[in-house]
Design a protein around this ligand. Sequence first.
Ligand code: FES
Length: 111
Amino acid sequence: MEYKVCNSKDLPNNSMKVISIQGSKILMCRSNNRLFALDNSCPHRGASLSKGEIKETKIICYMHDFEYDLISGKLLHIPSKWNDQNPNWTKSGNLLLFPISEKNGEIYIRL
Ligand code: FES
């Protein structure tokens, strides 16, 4: 189902915004004029990804600095400071991505 989430001007370039749809917290962002939408919960340990940093097509979680690809959702990098951790602790799934589009000055997300 497609939801109108905001007007285009409410999500300027290089910004992010968290919205609630059907009880899910969705993080949407525009980076280098490209839109992304994902579950706001980090697939590693559930930290809020909206506190992280977006670098072009990547997002870095503020909690343990894991880096994920916003296009594929895949985990790209775990900082070496965690090399001594138990491998179970460093295990992470992928980002949960949602289709996002823009039409006539409005932004839509499909869940
Ligand atoms: S909770 Fe996000 S990197 Fe650990």
